[in-house]
Ligand binder design. Structure first.
Ligand code: URP
Ligand code: ZN
Ligand code: ZN
Length: 470
C-alpha cells in the first residue's frame, strides 16, 4: 500500500517518542513524515490524504531499531535459521522497522569479502530497512586500513570478540590496534566481553567431569569472566582514546564496570537484551535437554541479576536493548549439542518479541513509556548513526511508524510467531500491547496480523558515525 507521493494521515493516537508524548495526528508524504499537529486543530483538519489510519486508543511510536541481529549467521557447524527475508518479516510483525545485522570477516579474508557476502545475502530480501556492523575476526595491518574505507562508506561499527578462541577471538594487542584505528577514523568498537581463554579451560574441565547438560554452559561462562573482560575492554579503550560499546551485557558485575567507567565520564556504553531481563539460569536448567533452547553467550544469569539490569536501564548505564537475534531450531540445530553443551549453537530468537516485551516492562513499572522508545528506537538510531532518519517521529524522518495497541493481550508462542524457528524463548508468556499497523517508509507492511510487505522493500542504510558520545 501507498505509492511514492501518496499521503497518509494517522489520526487520534498518542505520539510517543523518546522526547515527548503528544496527542497529535501525523501526516506522511511519500516515504517521510511531513508534519505533526494537535488532534482536531485547523492544520490537522485541513490535511487531505489518500489513506487514513485510525489510531484512537493507540500509541503512535517510531518503528523499532534493533541494532543487534544475526540473520543466516554460520555458527558451530550450522547457520542461524532466519534468513534476511524471514527474519525481517518477523521483525516487522513485532514493530521493528530497522535492523543492524553483523557482516562477518572470515579468518584469512578481508573485511570487503565479508561485507560483500552479507550484502549478497540481504539484497532484495528484506521487508524493512537494514544496515551492517562488521565482525572483525582477523585484525591485520591491511584490515586496519580497510576499517577506514568501511567507515567512509557507512559501515561505522566493528565487533570484536574476547571470546571464542580459534573462531572470532582477538587478543588484547589486536583489540588495542583496532581501537586505536577507530579512535582515528570515528568508528565504534562493539565488544563481546567474556574471557574466552579462561572459559575454554572451564569447558574442558566440565566435560571431563561428565557435566554435559546445557546448564553447564551458564556455569562455565562465569559472571566474573564477563566482568573481567568488560573491565579490560574499558581500560584498553581508555588507552586507545576510543569510545566503546559493550554488547549483550548480562552480569551485574559487568554492569558495575560500565557504571564506574561512565561515572568517570568515559564514552563507554552498554547494551542488554530481553533474554537477560526476562529469562534466567532456571531456563537453562530445564530438563530433557530443553535448556539448550536458552544457550546463548553471554549466558543467561540467575534471576537476581535482573534487578541490576533494570536499574542500569533506568540510570542509562545500559542505554540500548537489542535482541542479539540468532535463532537455531531445537530439532536438528540445538540438538547438535546433545551430550556436549559446548556444541550447542549459541543464540536465541527474539527479533519479533522485543518491542512488546519492553512495553510489558512499562506496564510492570520498570520503565517509563518514553524510556521504552528511547531504549528500543532513538538511542540505537543515535548510537549507530541513523538518527533522526530512524528512531523518532518528526518532520523529515522516515515514516517508519507503528500504531501500537497497548491493550491487546496475547500469548507468545512458536505456534503463532513469524520467526523461522521451531520454538519460542517466551512460550506461554502473556503480554499486553502489540503492534497493530506497521509502516516502513510510508508503506504499510503489517496490518492487524496480515503481512502486506514484500521482500526487497527494505533498503540498505549506509550510516554516519555514532552520534552518541557522552
Ligand atoms: O549467543 C550468541 N550471542 N550468539 C550470537 C553471536 C554473538 O556473540 O553475539
Ligand atoms: Zn557476542
Ligand atoms: Zn550477537
Amino acid at each position: 500500500m501507498t505509492a511514492s507521493n501518496e499521503r497518509t494521515v494517522i489520526r487520534g493516537g498518542l505520539v510517543v517518542t523518546a522526547a515527548e508524548e503528544i496527542h497529535a495526528d501525523v501526516l506522511i508524504e511519500g516515504e517521510r513524515v511531513a508534519a505533526l499537529a494537535a488532534h482536531g486543530s485547523a492544520a490537522a483538519r485541513a490535511w487531505q490524504a489518500e489513506h487514513e489510519i485510525d489510531a484512537t486508543d493507540c500509541y503512535v511510536v517510531p518503528g523499532g531499531v534493533d541494532a543487534h541481529t544475526h540473520m543466516e549467521l554460520p555458527f558451530g557447524g550450522t547457520s542461524a535459521s532466519d534468513t534476511f527475508e524471514t527474519g525481517t518479516r518477523a521483525a516487522a510483525f513485532g514493530g521493528t522497522t530497522t535492523i543492524v545485522d553483523f557482516a562477518v570477516q572470515g579468518v584469512g579474508h578481508s573485511l570487503r569479502e565479508g561485507l560483500d557476502a552479507w550484502h549478497a545475502k540481504a539484497e532484495g530480501k528484506c521487508a524493512i530497512d537494514y544496515a551492517f556492523h562488521m565482525i572483525m575476526s582477523d585484525v591485520t595491518q591491511d584490515v586496519l586500513k580497510e576499517m577506514d574505507v568501511l567507515v567512509e562508506e557507512g559501515v561505522t561499527s566493528f565487533k570484536l570478540f574476547m571470546a571464542y578462541p580459534g573462531v572470532f577471538y582477538s587478543d588484547d594487542g589486536r583489540i588495542l590496534r583496532a581501537m586505536q584505528r577507530s579512535a582515528a577514523n570515528g568508528g565504534l568498537i562493539m565488544m563481546h566481553a567474556e574471557n574466552g581463554i579462561a572459559i575454554d579451560v572451564l569447558v574442558e574441565q566440565a566435560l571431563a567431569a561428565g557435566h554435559t547438560d546445557p546448564r553447564y554452559h551458564g556455569e562455565v561462562r562465569r559472571e566474573l569472566l564477563e566482568a573481567e573482560a568488560t573491565h579490560r575492554a574499558i581500560q584498553l579503550a581508555r588507552v586507545a582514546g576510543a569510545p566503546l560499546y559493550v554488547v549483550h551485557v548480562s552480569a551485574e558485575q559487568a554492569v558495575n564496570e560500565l557504571a564506574q567507567a561512565r561515572d568517570l565520564g568515559l564514552n563507554v556504553f552498554g547494551e542488554t537484551c530481553p533474554q537477560y531481563l526476562f529469562l534466567s539460569t532456571d531456563n537453562l536448567a530445564e530438563p530433557d535437554f530443553e535448556g539448550a533452547k536458552y544457550v546463548c553467550s553471554t549466558p543467561l544469569r540467575p534471576k537476581e541479576h535482573q534487578a541490576a539490569l533494570w536499574r542500569a536501564l533506568r540510570t542509562n548505564d545500559l542505554s540500548v536493548v537489542s535482541t542479539d537475534h540468532c535463532p537455531f531450531c531445537f530439532v536438528g540445530q540445538k540438538e547438535l549439542g546433545r551430550g556436549d553443551f559446548s556444541k550447542i549453537p549459541n543464540g536465541l530468537p527474539g527479533v519479533e518479541n522485543r518491542m512488546d516485551l519492553l512495553h510489558q516492562a512499562v506496564l510492570d513499572g520498570h520503565l517509563s513509556r518514553r524510556r521504552w522508545i528511547e531504549l528500543a528506537c532513538a538511542t540505537p538510531a543515535r548510537m549507530f548513526g541513523l538518527y533522526p532518519r530512524k528512531g523518532t517521529i518528526a518532520p523529515g524522518a522516515d515514516a517508519d511508524i507503528v500504531v501500537f495497541d497497548p491493550h491487546d493481550r496475547y500469548t507468545m508462542s512458536a505456534a503463532t510467531h513469524h520467526m523461522n524457528v521451531d520454538y519460542s524463548a517466551y512460550e506461554g508468556r502473556q503480554v499486553t500491547g502489540r503492534a497493530r499497523t506497521v509502516l516502513s517508509r510510508g508503506t504499510t507492511v503489517v496490518d492487524r496480523g496480515r503481512y502486506l510487505g514484500r521482500a526487497g522493500h527494505g533498503a540498505y542504510l549506509p550510516r554516519s558515525t555514532s552520534q552518541y558520545l557522552i
